[in-house]
Design a protein. Sequence first.
Length: 94
Amino acid sequence: MSSDELFKYESMQDRESIVKYLYALADGMNKGTLAFNWKGEMAEFHPRGMLHFTVEAKERGARKKIMLKIAWNERDELNPEGAPLIIDSRDAAK
């Protein structure tokens, strides 16, 4: 972990487990506190004000990747940019 990283976690999970993490992140964002804890490593964040939200989707052959990034500056409030993102959920094609 680099000197500016407070917390990092990586693992292989099934889709249902990832959904639970995403719901926990959404709940924490709603409540204003995100607390992370793994093997004694802990970090707590209190997002407020304007947040910078980035979604990136990549595809390289059979490998697919979705990256979500939420950032904010505790001192500055940023102005919102651009049109709103639309995320649509659909059942998997059968």
